[in-house]
Design a protein around this ligand. Structure first.
Ligand code: 3PG
Length: 209
């Protein structure tokens, strides 16, 4: 199951991280992301409409939609009920992981240290979110952390933008890079789907170039 998610992420290379202010944005946002070439998206549970946005974006059909910023087992349940295909958390919470396993949905915990990575690997979670990647040291941190743990696969996220993308993606342990730069809160407030499509297309192009 996690192997399934690893291939989805490895195929997508780019994971737009979205904080959707209202479900009204979901349709045009999914249109813009797919037009830009995105194949998956993470809707963060940071807004009251998050689960409705997951549902609407999953129904759109063009994206593998997951839930992000999942902090509790109850949020994991709501996310999966709404159609989330995977769950991402900023940290590693055993109860969230257990609930995701019961629900049969892949979960990606956040890790920021070697000890946390060892905990995730021990729990059978080989795909982890390195968070927050840039404040932690960016590529230097990723390389140092990946070296002793050949089994680990990373989804670096946090402070990443177009300038860092190619470097992260060139590391063999990186499945995909996550970030909000393609669809920021400001873009969504202004309903600037043209910019979202353009930034997504640029990221996808860099990821394949
Ligand atoms: C997340 O939840 O993954 C991060 O907030 C995304 O990080 P970014 O906004 O710095 O890209």
């Amino acid at each position: 199951m996690t192997a399934g998610l690893a291939s989805v992420l490895a195929g997508a290379r780019i994971l737009p991280v979205l904080t959707v202010p209202s479900v009204a944005h979901a349709g045009p946002l999914a249109d813009a992301l797919t037009a830009g070439g995105a194949r998956c998206a993470e809707v963060t549970f940071r807004t009251p409409d998050a689960e409705h946005a997951v549902k609407a974006m999953a129904a759109h059909g063009g994206l593998a939609v997951g839930a992000g910023t999942v902090l509790t087992p109850e949020q994991a349940e709501r996310a999966v009920a709404a159609g989330a295909r995977f769950v991402v958390s900023p940290g590693h919470d055993a109860e969230v992981v257990a609930r995701c396993r019961e629900l049969g949905v892949p979960v990606v915990p956040g890790i920021a240290t070697a000890t946390e990575l060892m905990g995730a690997l021990r729990a059978g979670l080989d795909t982890v979110k390195l968070f927050p990647a840039e404040p932690l040291g960016g590529m230097g941190m990723l390389k140092a952390l990946a070296a002793p743990f050949p089994r680990a696969r990373f989804l670096p996220t946090g402070g990443i933008g177009p300038a860092h993308l190619s470097a992260y993606l060139s590391h063999p342990a990186v499945l995909a890079v996550g970030g909000s730069w393609m669809a920021t809160a400001d873009h969504l407030r202004r309903a600037d789907y043209t910019a979202i499509r353009r930034l997504t297309a640029e990221a996808v192009e860099r990821s394949t170039g």
